[in-house]
Design a protein around this ligand. Structure first.
Ligand code: IMP
Ligand code: MG
Length: 179
């Protein structure tokens, strides 16, 4: 896999350190509460697992899976729920955990969808923010890093389901997806 990576954007040490800071921030802001951590499958899995283990307040776990039509290195505007939460979220403090915000379509759809279920609150925690590519106005409440407009893989992020298990976040060589 490593030979397909052009350059490393965030090392595993940088990611671990930043996740520690985010966890401490969430511990503080949700002190006395038990937030429901909603992971978006599959990209958020590594971030989710590390973030939750770095937190010291109690949390609940649930997952949702979403597909945005269009494959490869570009996401489309159409979003579809392919696996729903297992439980009701009414009255709960929900934190959506996502790998990356790109156009914003996925999270704006999801935020609307979850709000309709009458939670106490819904916040977004995203590891990466590709802010320059935003199409719909949505911001992360908690974010790991700003990300340049490059196609990145690793630490959960894939290209055609590959590279998710790279321990760092790297820029994928164009030759991999432009051939
Ligand atoms: P959005 O709906 O355009 O904000 O897209 C968000 C989703 O697109 C993320 O959950 C990722 O699955 C995917 N995505 C966006 N940019 C990248 C990237 O650079 N690498 C891998 N996946 C990406
Ligand atoms: Mg995703």
């Amino acid at each position: 896999m490593h030979q397909d990576v052009e350059s490393i954007m965030f090392t595993k040490e940088q990611i671990a350190a930043r996740i520690g800071e985010l966890a401490a921030q969430l511990d503080k802001e949700y002190a006395g509460k038990t937030p429901l951590m909603v992971g978006i499958l599959k990209g958020s899995v590594m971030f989710y697992a590390d973030l939750l283990r770095a937190m010291t307040i109690p949390v609940e776990m649930d997952f949702i899976a979403i597909s945005s039509y269009g494959s490869g290195a570009k996401s489309s505007g159409e979003v579809k729920l392919i696996k729903d939460l297992d439980r009701k979220i009414e009255g709960k403090d929900v934190i959506i955990v996502e790998d990356i915000i790109d156009s914003g379509y996925t999270l704006s759809y999801l935020k609307r969808n979850l709000y309709a279920r009458k939670p106490e609150s819904v916040k977004i925690c995203a590891l990466l923010d590709k802010y320059s590519r935003r199409v719909v106005p949505i911001e992360a409440d908690y974010k790991g890093f700003d990300c340049e407009d490059e196609f990145v893989v690793g630490f959960g992020l894939d290209y055609a389901e590959r590279y998710r298990n790279l321990p760092y976040i790297g820029v994928l060589k164009r030759s991999v997806y432009e051939k």
